[in-house]
Design a binder for this molecule. Structure first.
Ligand code: NAD
Length: 315
């Protein structure tokens, strides 16, 4: 009998069908620790061969390194371009933010060169809360619409942490202008605040990407990177939850990913991965969810541990 396939889900009105687990490529920019070229390339290859068809990066991750590594990995696949879906971002760079039409228009050419691609499927304005939302509406998005017409990008997205940015922008532009929103750290076990916004986003016809199901490392056995912005209280609670799971012979990352994957209004859950082992664990977690369901008992216990910090975020 063939192994169960990774589920594909529709991304809003784009017509794209994304694997429910997406490959977050920020770790390929060494954002979460060292990664060799070989590890990066084999992680991308293993992801694709196990059914992951969506890869997300940004010029900001590792000061362009993530785009370069992902480009090498995708090229090494040696498959037709329409077999995989790539998103990158614009407006956030190692040197700072710049959402001007001029900068984002140059940015896509630089990204395409690093990715070794002729087009990307989605170009997203990266972390728009750090810019002027009115500039995003009046200048950046119109510039991206021109890029759409030129064929360098197929769809337009916006990303950021505070959920209010999405309603601010979507309430002020014609329907269909923004195709995709990427929210992060708001649909994981410790913070599920995105859930309340899902009906609004669906009504606006935008595709929904949920990134960082492991809360950027909080929900892992090894813990978050040094730069993680969570409060000491939130870090301590997540550590306690991880240790509780380990003591029970369970893995907090698997539980966390399965939790985020359970809501089918979300097209894809983007997990940052930098090893073949992580790719295999995450794909297995998704397949197990569809075959045997999630571990409700441990989930309830972990939710109880995380109750005092539920929906706690950072600026
Ligand atoms: P994440 O929650 O996916 O956690 C990533 C960390 O978990 C890394 O250290 C990774 O090595 C580790 N990990 C992955 N699988 C694991 C497993 N099975 N067991 C143990 N550890 C595991 O956080 P993230 O990488 O920040 O988010 C995912 C992706 O979403 C990013 O790579 C990026 O593409 C995207 N993203 C975008 C934005 C934005 O646009 N503003 C923000 C955050 C994330």
């Amino acid at each position: 009998m063939a192994a169960p396939a990774l589920e594909l889900r529709s991304l809003g009105n784009t017509g794209l069908k994304l694997s429910c687990v997406g490959f977050g490529a920020s770790p390929l920019g060494k954002v979460f620790g060292p990664v060799t070229d070989e590890e990066a390339i084999s992680s991308v290859r293993q992801a694709f061969s196990l059914g992951i068809n969506f890869f997300d990066t940004s010029p900001y991750y590792g000061a362009t390194l993530s785009e370069k590594m992902l480009g090498k990995g995708l090229k090494a696949l040696g498959v037709p371009r329409d077999q995989y879906i790539v998103s990158t971002k614009c407006g956030r760079y190692a040197e700072g933010f710049d959402f001007s039409a001029d900068r984002v228009t140059r940015s896509i050419d630089e990204s395409l060169e690093r990715l070794q691609l002729d087009y990307v499927d989605i170009l997203q304005c990266h972390d728009i809360e750090f810019g002027s939302l009115d500039q995003i509406i009046n200048e950046t998005i119109p510039a991206l619409q021109k890029l759409k017409e030129s064929g360098k990008i197929r769809f337009i997205g916006i990303t950021g942490l505070p959920l209010r940015i999405f309603t601010y922008v979507l309430d002020r532009i014609p329907p269909g202008t923004v195709d995709v929103v990427l929210s992060y750290c708001h649909y994981c076990i410790n913070d599920s605040s995105l859930e309340d916004l899902l009906p609004y986003l669906k009504n606006k016809g935008v595709g929904i990407i949920n990134a960082s199901p492991l809360s950027m490392g909080l929900l892992t056995e090894t813990g978050p990177p040094q730069w993680h912005p969570a409060s000491p209280q939130l870090k301590a609670a997540c550590k306690e939850a991880g240790e509780y799971c380990k003591g029970k012979g369970k893995n907090i990352s698997k539980l966390a990913l399965q939790y985020s994957l359970s809501n089918k209004d979300v097209a894809t859950v983007l997990v940052g991965m930098n090893s073949v082992q992580q790719v295999e664990e995450n794909v297995n977690a998704a397949i197990e969810l569809t075959t045997t369901g999630k571990d409700e008992e441990t989930l309830l216990e972990v939710q109880e541990i995380l109750k005092p910090v539920k929906n706690q975020t950072w600026e």
